[in-house]
Design a protein around this ligand. Structure first.
Ligand SMILES: C[S@@+](CC[C@H](N)C(=O)[O-])C[C@H]1O[C@@H](n2cnc3c(N)ncnc32)[C@H](O)[C@@H]1O
Length: 154
């Protein structure tokens, strides 16, 4: 039975439909005190947009080829190889990440919604960021259908 001592997530989840919306969130959700973990950075295009808005950003990707190219194209920025499902490796980056950006191939459609929610729950439980922005049209649509019940109108 639910009670007040039950663990509750504090992280906000922001669903965006495409890369334009994903990047559009940056001035609203990222501020100068933030340390940002970017998951699925590919060649660092969004990392470049994030960098001027925050204290620090680390762009990560499962592909070492992508990370090599990101480092060559943006030597002033920090990149690391990371498989998003290895949350302990994300912890080993040694930062207190306040915001996380996720854009992973194969994770934005309805068929992967449960996998995405598991991933979001894992990151919000272990790293406890204030917010996770994710490129997923399915999550955005799902969130738009969620309505918290506050009791009948008085
Ligand atoms: C659409 S691209 C990202 C584009 C990038 N965010 C941008 O704004 O330019 C998706 C990326 O997800 C990465 N990816 C796929 N599976 C991953 C995983 N398990 N962990 C981390 N990155 C992953 C791919 O290597 C690819 O670079």
């Amino acid at each position: 039975m639910a009670n007040d001592r039950q663990f509750k997530l504090k992280t906000k989840f922001i669903g965006t439909r495409n890369v334009r919306e994903y990047r559009q969130t940056i001035p609203t959700w990222v501020n100068a005190e933030d340390t940002v973990l970017e998951i699925g950075c590919e060649w660092g295009t969004t990392t470049v947009f994030l960098a001027p808005h925050c204290r620090k950003v680390i762009g990560t990707d499962v592909s070492s080829d992508c990370i090599e190219r990101a480092r060559q194209e943006h030597p002033e920025l920090e990149f690391a190889v990371l498989d998003a499902y290895d949350v302990l490796a994300a912890l080993d980056l040694g930062e207190h990440f306040t915001k996380i950006y996720i854009d992973m191939s194969g994770l934005s459609g309805y068929r992967s919604l449960l996998d995405l929610i598991s991933l979001l729950t894992m990151y919000s439980t272990v790293l406890r960021p204030d917010a996770i922005v994710v490129k997923s049209g399915a999550l955005k649509q799902f969130a738009s259908l969620c309505v918290p019940w506050h009791g009948p109108p008085s």
